[in-house]
Design a protein around this ligand. Sequence first.
Ligand SMILES: Cc1cc2nc3c(=O)[nH]c(=O)nc-3n(C[C@H](O)[C@H](O)[C@H](O)COP(=O)(O)OP(=O)(O)OC[C@H]3O[C@@H](n4cnc5c(N)ncnc54)[C@H](O)[C@@H]3O)c2cc1C
Length: 489
Amino acid sequence: MLNDAREVPDGTLLETDVCIIGGGAAGISMAREWAGSSLDVTLLESGGLASDPRTQALYRGRVFGRSYFRLDEARTRHFGGSTNCWHGMCRPLDPLDFEERAWVPGSGWPFGLAELRPHYERAQRVCGLAAFEYGAERWTLEGEPPIAFTDDAIESRVFQIAPRRFASLYGQALERARNVNVQLNANLIELEADADARRVERAQVATLAGGRFAVRARHFVLATGGIENARLLLASRGVRSAGLGNDFDLVGRHFMEHPHLVAGAWLPSSASIPIGFYRPRRAGEIHVAGLLTPSARVQREERILSFASFFSRAAELPDFEGRLTRFIAEMDGAPDPASRAVFFMNEVEQAPNPWSRVRLTEERDALGVPRVQLEWRLSPIDKRTLWQGQRLLARSLGRAGLGRLQVLLEEDEHSWPANLGGGRHHMGTTRMHVDPRHGVVDANCRVHGVANLHVAGSSVFPTSGSANPTLTLIALALRLADHLKRELR
Ligand SMILES: Cc1cc2nc3c(=O)[nH]c(=O)nc-3n(C[C@H](O)[C@H](O)[C@H](O)COP(=O)(O)OP(=O)(O)OC[C@H]3O[C@@H](n4cnc5c(N)ncnc54)[C@H](O)[C@@H]3O)c2cc1C
């Protein structure tokens, strides 16, 4: 059922088995899991079926330090969440991303890819993607093979691309499900815990029309996105002044993005080198596009993080013409006159950094919830990964006789060029770890110390890999749904 929270009488207490807060990629994927079952599910969604400026303004916040998108433009606050505007580029994490890496402080998931793999396969279907296959061989077209490197430093993989809007895709099924009560225009303003903060008793809800009501549930799942999950835990300070699940001052810390920037220009040695594998192209119901990524061996040897390089429009590079002219002038030996420079956009893994963080400010939104400040901080290893990665790519292209790559970056560990951007991927602020001193949630995404509170979304990622986060967060949300089904049995 789709209901309007503005019609719920003030002071009502709704009772349910599972209360999911947030109707975006994670929340909708989970609610579907119970549609038509014997359990009662309430999904609280801040927005309505379409965008509304007053609701969107609840996402406003401050950006401190490194420049970033405006926080109310980096995500979408209505039914479907940021799937209303996402690009649908999907890829799973690699096996190494789950491992503890000695050169990456804070790395290591409580489980490996094998644990997540069946859930990834289900997540593929939720996203409307093809089979769980990301290797280059599966997607090679005749006449458009991946680059034939002669070493094993750089590997070719693909993105599967399907920008499906979850509200259109699944809204009707949720509307038909009599046991799923989707409350639109319902904003969680606080989770109220019992006296020793061991259980959530109620979710306090407010509407922009002035209504107030509460939800009592056996289990609560916070699924409001990678910044908001931290904000709502920090703002739930009725019994713990630092917020719920924050006994070790970890909520909001370790905010990770995927630094995005064009950092290299490749001039192929011949215009006949095929590059179509790396351009977005249709493959049945979806699109695919190739990417280049460092092998596990090279990440270990060079002590770098992961990154993905994929084709970029030249326009994204400042002073494109000037750089290209200088580059060609510097070439030793004339290139094939028909050859055209190819630019790579790099999506880089960011190492967990406790000083990269989301915290509350004194300012409040229209519902009285403190607004956030985002301080995005990068570490020396992030920068080193980028320039070392470009050098490795240049070396591999050179060794294979495929041309030259000019690295368009300063080789230091701190400076970042002006074209640095993010992917609007918000990760790490409620990180997962088996030990409450190192993580906010446990391996089942349950908030440490709070028996009936779980978190869904990329805020639980302990590390980010270089893959776009949504496929992984949906796989984790489906795994969490399975866990709650067992708990509720
Ligand atoms: C422009 C853009 C392009 C992107 N492209 C890609 C891509 O190509 N690939 C990829 O993997 N990812 C991409 N992303 C990121 C992707 O959209 C997110 O990873 C994903 O949507 C996160 O899912 P979520 O359910 O955690 O949060 P969201 O989808 O953001 O959903 C959160 C939901 O919670 C609701 N909510 C918020 N606060 C409250 C509250 N207090 N009470 C009740 N409800 C609340 C919101 O209205 C929203 O519906 C992109 C994002 C943007 C903005």
